[in-house]
Design a protein around this ligand. Sequence first.
Ligand code: CP
Ligand code: NVA
Length: 299
Amino acid sequence: MPKHFLTISDIPADEAGQVLVRAKEMKDNAVRTDLLAGKTLLMIFEKASTRTRVSFEVGVRQLGGDPVFIAAKDSQLGRSEPLKDTARVLSRYADGLIVRTFGQEKLETLVEYGDIPVVNALTDEYHPCQIMADVLTMYERTPNLTDLKVAWVGDGNNMAHSFINGSAAFGYELVLACPEGYDPDPAIMDAGVNAGAKVTLVRDPAKAVAGAHYVNTDVWASMGQEEEQKKREAAFAGFEVNGALMAKAAPDAKFMHCLPAHRGEEVSEAVFESPASIVWDQAENRLHMQKAILEWIYT
Ligand code: CP
Ligand code: NVA
């Protein structure tokens, strides 16, 4: 049975810490291996990407494998060939699928009909590779993750959902502030709590940020929600992470964002460019963490 990485919860609780330590080791020693020698990983993307695409292409090569990028719209998927047919065809050619798409159920179809590992490179519901990299970014500074308060300010979106899963896997406390109507999926909250996540949902960003060691936000309109931009700008008024909000966090608190960022919306220019901002380390850590995830899958 191939291993898949559709959410952080796919990594057994007792292995998540090992993946994290290995990612740090891979970073510190600029590890190159031949783990994926002779293997081809297909990257099917239905949405735009800079970081995920490039860090996976580079990472697969650093592990000795061959990445092949497929823009879904240029393939027969763009002309409605069923995903279950695509899954069976691609399984005959390649050794893994790295997929950025809309609904999480599409990944589940690829798992069901294909017989090679599937990696979630972002769906509407989850962004597990990003949060694994973000956990590495926090761990490098504050190794005792169970002592941390992490704030989420903004949309209860794919990032928020994976931060909930991350709380169960790594033990940090997560307080989310979302405007009414933009909460995380209650089923994902409940499943997270049942798995041990320490999560609280509040309405007031100041409450979420109070004493937090890390303050996270993300765009107000995710990919696929562009037509809701104006409506969301109104709903998220008061949710900008700015200097006044950061001042309520713990001394030396850090600002985090998965990027791309909209300055003047979810984050002020001053906070984004401040010494508290660790966004470039987050982006770099995508490479190291994804190599560790691929090692977890293919070992
Ligand atoms: N953070 C992130 O996933 O970036 P890209 O959309 O550029 O891949
Ligand atoms: N929530 C954002 C994350 C982008 C990396 C989106 O889905 O567009």
